[in-house]
Ligand binder design. Structure first.
Ligand code: PEP
Ligand code: MG
Length: 325
């Protein structure tokens, strides 16, 4: 099946009734970018920028970051590339940044929370990203958003950087979309409020499952709980997509669920606008999407969201869409 799918990797994924979601990749560097393009990715739904910061003795300068982002953007020409700002903390540390020891690092000063504590780090990244955007379709995305105030605060720093660059005569694309990851249940529950403040959402099902279920995503002992097929997680996904559409915004997904064939029928049924996954899954998910009818999947998703267990949800999809099994 994968060999067959690869033959059509570079064709779009359109459902039988003409719905065309974007199928993109999660990448972390230039090698990943090249791989994504070769597998037919239509852009980048998640550029993890941590690679630039880790395993080195000092902070990457704005110039170094600019060069690194530019190199990745050039692989994609005018295709959309969603750059996620630094998601450090949790279990990821930087040797050159002193972080206070925490009892629960995954519930601590991580990602955006850390960036607000160190505006100089945040600004260097935002300035580099803005400068790299010239001639490309770059979008900026903030990880680990829990509140509306955080979104406003993050956007404030983007505007400060824009003003600085303007004053310095340094060019950047004027119309960059700014969005957030929805990966904390608080953000999913208040998605209607957040939708007014952003251009797009991208659902991070890895963290959204972990935080919704209070089950460590890396702990095999609770893997049956931190499962994105849990009815509670599926309902949050539905609500987030609906909230974005209500305000004319789009929702993507960059958590592992987006690259799971068994989830694709449900996500098409829920109206997901963009799927982002590891490069080798792009042709497989594209091939599957081409076999689906979005209205039929809408009914399937409604039924699935009434199921009471992960097993029942999976069983329903397997039965109705054998190609996804
Ligand atoms: C997620 O949480 O689903 C996600 C895509 O981000 P990461 O895996 O980098 O935490
Ligand atoms: Mg995450």
């Amino acid at each position: 099946l994968r060999g067959e799918a690869q033959k059509h990797a570079h064709e779009p994924a359109v459902t039988l009734d003409g719905f065309k979601p974007e199928v993109s990749s999660n990448i972390g560097d230039v090698a990943g970018a090249k791989k994504a393009v070769s597998y037919g990715a239509e852009g980048v739904g998640l550029l993890r920028t941590e690679f630039l910061y880790m395993d080195r003795p000092s902070m990457p300068t704005e110039e170094e970051q600019y060069q690194a982002y530019k190199a990745i953007l050039e692989e994609f020409g005018h295709m959309p590339v969603v750059l996620r700002t630094l998601d450090i903390g949790g279990d990821k540390e930087l040797s050159y940044l002193k972080m206070d020891p925490e009892m629960n690092p995954f519930l601590g000063v991580r990602a955006l929370r850390l960036c607000f504590k160190h505006p100089e780090i945040f600004k260097a990244q935002l300035r580099a990203a803005l400068r790299a955007s010239v001639g490309h379709n770059l979008k900026i995305m903030f990880p680990m958003v829990a509140t509306l105030s955080e979104v406003r605060e993050a956007k404030k720093w983007v505007n400060i950087c824009r003003d600085e660059l303007k004053a310095e005569g340094k060019p950047f694309a004027e119309d960059i979309e700014v969005g957030i990851m929805v990966e904390i249940p608080a953000a999913a529950v208040c998605a209607d409020m957040l939708a007014r403040e952003v251009d797009f959402f991208s659902i991070g099902t890895n963290d959204l499952s972990q935080y919704t279920m209070a089950a460590d995503r890396g702990n095999p002992g609770v893997a049956h709980l931190s499962d994105a097929f849990q009815p509670s997680v599926l309902r949050l996904i539905r609500d987030v997509i609906n909230a974005s559409h209500k305000y004319g915004k789009w929702t993507g997904m960059c958590g592992e669920l987006a690259g799971e064939p068994l989830a694709a029928p449900l996500l098409i049924g829920l109206g997901l606008d963009e799927f982002s996954m590891s490069p080798p899954m792009v042709p497989v998910i594209k091939a599957l999407i081409r076999t689906l009818d979005s209205n039929e999947m809408k009914k399937l998703a409604e039924e699935a969201l009434d199921k009471e267990t992960v097993e029942e949800v999976r069983e329903l999809v397997r039965k109705r869409v054998p190609a996804a099994a």
